[in-house]
Design a protein around this ligand. Structure first.
Ligand code: GDP
Ligand code: MG
Length: 319
């Protein structure tokens, strides 16, 4: 059993245990974790949720370590949830990340947790949403979610955070750096990392380039995304990034947008869950699955039109 009192007091062992429970696929744990989430819900929501994405090697982990330590210096506490769709729970790259966040992980104002991302209801990052609530209940006032640019995880993360950061390399030549174009539209800030040493002038060029690119891009009317440069390793501009996020928080709280955005995200979360739950239910029905398989093959062989096949499937479902 999870001791809620301890969790609410910020006990990290209880927090770790509760996250393990909500990640469990056991039916008995599912009931317990829903009960737990309902109990802690009134104590959640008080953090600033920050999402960070960028290609492997851009410096996300280094950034999170030093930005996290900066936040702690400012009197905050930081929970880091790392999603890596390419590796299951004990996978290599996450362990690499953990050692790279060595100083942060040893700080008692920090909590670092890799999230397994496969085979969960509601998309790769589903459990992360619930973990955010648990971290908030445990009193962490900054939640940082790290994800690499694989599959849908960046889109999902963008839809569960208040502020979404995209880290870029100082490569002005390689225009999109393997970042999906749609991702830039979701960014609240684009940060060119490694603006140090020999890369400094390239970083400044890259920043200029993206500043003009962003001018043409659609964005939220409530916030104009900013393009900045930083050096995660030399801790340069971490203060500027912190101030920017605070400014975002203040201005969107005043306009009501901060709240509205979270409510919209909850609505999306609900819709996603419903459709996944329905899909799972359908998949567990052998008769329906068999029929679907037959229909798929008939469509593939051009025996049936897709619309006819789909109607047949639905007729069986609702008969
Ligand atoms: N020069 C420089 N190197 C950096 C900076 N940030 C990270 N690195 C290096 O880039 C490599 C990848 O960093 P890492 O944080 O693991 O990137 P991640 O894969 O995005 O998490 C490591 O060797 C870091 O030391 C920076 O600001 N400047
Ligand atoms: Mg990393």
């Amino acid at each position: 059993m999870i001791e809620i009192e301890k969790l609410l007091k910020g006990d990290r062992r209880s927090l770790a245990k509760s996250i393990t429970m909500i990640e469990s696929s056991l039916e008995s744990d599912r009931k317990d974790s829903q009960a737990l989430l309902e109990k802690i819900l009134p104590f959640s929501g008080k953090s600033i949720r920050i999402g960070i994405t960028g290609v492997p090697g851009v410096g996300k982990s280094t950034f999170i370590e030093n930005f996290g330590l900066y936040l702690i210096q400012k009197g905050h506490s930081v929970a880091v949830l790392a999603i890596d769709p390419s590796s299951p729970i004990s996978g290599g790259s996450i362990l690499g990340d953990k050692t790279r966040m060595e100083n942060l992980s040893q700080n008692d104002k920090a909590f670092i947790r890799p999230t397994p991302s496969q085979g969960f209801l509601g998309g790769v990052a589903q459990k992360t949403r619930e973990s955010v609530l648990l971290c908030e209940a445990a009193g962490f006032d900054y939640i940082i979610i790290e994800t690499v640019g694989v599959g849908q995880s960046e889109y999902e993360v963008a839809d569960m955070v208040d502020f979404f950061l995209v880290l870029l390399l100082p490569n002005s030549g390689d225009e999109l750096q393997g970042i999906k174009k749609g991702i830039l539209e979701l960014a609240d800030s684009i940060i060119v990392n490694k603006a140090d040493g020999l890369s400094l002038s390239q970083a400044t060029q890259t920043r200029a380039q993206y500043t003009s690119a962003m001018e043409l891009m659609r964005h939220d009317p409530e916030w104009k995304p900013r393009v900045l440069e930083c050096s995660a390793i030399e801790k340069r501009n971490l203060d500027v990034i912190y101030e920017m996020i605070l400014e975002y928080k203040v201005s969107t709280t005043n306009s009501g947008y901060f709240k509205t955005k979270r409510l919209e995200q909850n609505e999306n979360w609900f819709k996603r869950l419903v459709s996944e739950m329905i899909n799972n239910k359908l998949k567990s029905n052998k008769t329906l699955e068999k029929k679907k398989f037959e229909l798929e093959s008939e469509v593939r062989k051009d025996i049936k039109l897709p619309i006819v096949a789909a109607q047949e499937y639905l007729d069986l479902l609702f008969k």
